[in-house]
Write a protein that binds this ligand. Structure first.
Ligand code: BES
Ligand code: MN
Ligand code: MN
Length: 477
């Protein structure tokens, strides 16, 4: 089984692999928007057909509940070589992308990918929505599989994979739990989960991510009068729900920037000194990171007692993502609105339970209802569990060896502040651990205009996945 031949094949077919990614990126699979459902399905079919071309047995499985919406799951497997004795792997990814708005900030239309030359520290790259998150990263796996199939004649070089590539990750994976329940038998035959949807420590610094945060995302409404009012006639005589909402939400944090909701930290695990030391040694430059988003060192702010990196990897947070009401159009309009709205989210760590935090937030809102106002329904826009994974499994060590062989550099062990809810779900429901082997860079602008993926990341990811096949074989002796 010659991995060198697969690596040579990847080199020879480099342009072809990039063209495949470009084709996929042209399909606007904005999973959250029903107006794009037809395109989203086309992106799923594209992925299915690519895998079929590499000998995988895959289909689209509908995920919608009766009478509801749902994006199809690309679901299937590769047949094991009879001689294979290593672990069975569940590969997860997502083909849906975030909405591209605001469109006017893109240098090229988001679904018309452009390859841009290197500029300074930023290498040659593909600019398009989904270039990194997650089509670019999934395509590295797809192309490595194509290489193995072409060279060995066997799908995935004989390693048994289950494939689960979803179209709802960016909209909260609402149908995923039911899907996992329904397909429990097939899924639980696997020994480990492999996901490429995270970042590296930096340029030329490959990494394995051993933890992601959970998420609670809510939308709240505060009502006062049953109509909008003239602010001269009524201002100062009755509550302005926008003023009141601003005052209430300001109470979510204390002077140390800790969240004030009772019980919020109950299930957070204290950060061990050894882990703190290991993270310090990673050499993360917070001043440079802040400079990269236009901020000075004085902007290194967050919960007291924790460093820049610790606040992202080990601490829960609360954020207002949007707040609106009354008049937000051009010019002035004197108005006291009838209601005010906000989107409030929480990132979770440790053993925090999304439903418990959601309920605690609701109770906190009720206990802090401004006089003369009332809360509308608190909308749940998606809950995701945090996941912390073991760093000593033989599969993780195999992935680290694959990264080392593909890049020549030791892989760092890092965590991520982002959320990939499937990992916590598969751990809870099936006891499966995940290995996050991702190749993003901090400045890839995921979810933002001008999202990009550097070709060096793409190539390293494809090579690493190709070598991982060899390492998985070796685990079987
Ligand atoms: N790939 C990201 C998660 C991520 C971001 C990992 C940055 C590592 C670094 C994923 O597609 C994502 O955007 N997740 C959402 C959560 C989801 C429930 C909407 C997130 O983290 O906001
Ligand atoms: Mn993603
Ligand atoms: Mn994302």
């Amino acid at each position: 089984m010659s991995v060198d031949r697969v690596l040579a094949w990847l080199d020879e077919h480099d342009q072809d692999s990039i063209n495949h990614l470009i084709d996929w990126l042209k399909i606007p699979s904005i999973g959250t928007d029903p107006a794009y459902d037809e395109h989203t399905r086309r992106a799923a079919e594209w992925c299915r057909d690519h895998l079929r071309g590499s000998g995988f047995d895959v289909d689209l499985i509908e995920t919608a509940p009766p009478g509801g919406r749902g994006q199809p799951m690309v679901f299937g497997h590769s047949k094991a070589d009879p001689a294979y004795k290593g672990p069975r792997v569940l590969f997860y990814g997502h083909y849906d992308v975030q909405p591209p708005d605001p469109l006017e900030l893109w240098s090229n239309p988001p679904f018309e990918p452009v390859i841009k030359p290197a500029e300074g520290k930023v290498g040659e790259r593909i600019v398009a929505r989904g270039a990194e998150d997650d089509k670019g990263q999934v395509t590295m796996f797809l192309e490595a599989m194509r290489g193995w199939h072409e060279v060995s004649g066997k799908p995935a070089g004989g390693v048994p994979f289950t494939i689960m590539i979803e179209g709802e990750e960016e909209s909260g994976s609402v149908n995923l739990e039911r899907f996992v329940e329904t397909h429990k038998d097939v899924l639980s035959k696997n020994d480990v989960v492999l996901i490429s949807d995270t970042a590296m420590l930096g340029r030329g610094k490959p990494a394995i991510t051993y933890g992601v945060r959970g998420l609670v995302y809510t939308e709240i409404t505060l009502h006062a009068a049953d109509q909008d009012l003239h602010s001269g006639a009524w201002g100062g005589k009755c509550p302005n729900p926008l003023n009141e909402l601003a005052k209430v939400l300001a109470k979510l944090w204390d002077a140390d920037r800790r969240v004030t909701i009772p019980g919020f930290y109950d299930d957070v695990k204290p950060l061990a000194d050894e882990e703190r030391e290991l993270w310090k040694k990673l050499g993360i430059d917070e001043v440079e990171a802040l400079a990269g988003i236009g901020l000075g060192p004085d902007a290194n702010l967050g919960e007291k007692g924790y460093s820049f990196t610790e606040r992202e990897w080990a601490r829960p947070t609360c954020d207002i993502n949007g707040m609106w009401g009354g008049y937000t159009g051009e010019g002035a309009k004197t108005v006291i609105p009838s209601h005010a709205k906000a989107k409030v989210s929480f990132r979770l760590v440790g053993d925090q339970v999304p439903q418990k935090i959601f309920d605690a937030f609701k109770a906190w809102l009720n206990a802090n209802t401004p006089a003369g106002c009332r809360w509308g329904d608190v909308i749940d826009h998606g809950l995701g569990q945090p996941a912390t994974l073991p760093v000593d499994s033989e599969e993780l060590r195999a992935a680290a060896r694959a990264l080392k062989r593909a890049s020549g550099t030791d892989a760092a062990l890092i965590k991520s502040g982002g959320s990939i809810p499937v990992a916590g779900l598969l751990k809870q429901d099936l006891g499966l651990d995940t290995i996050f082997m991702g190749f993003g860079l901090e400045d890839d602008r995921i979810h933002s205009p001008n999202e990009k993926y550097e070709l060096s990341s793409f190539r390293l990811g494809a090579r690493s996945h190709a070598v991982l096949i060899d390492e998985l074989w070796k685990l079987g002796g």
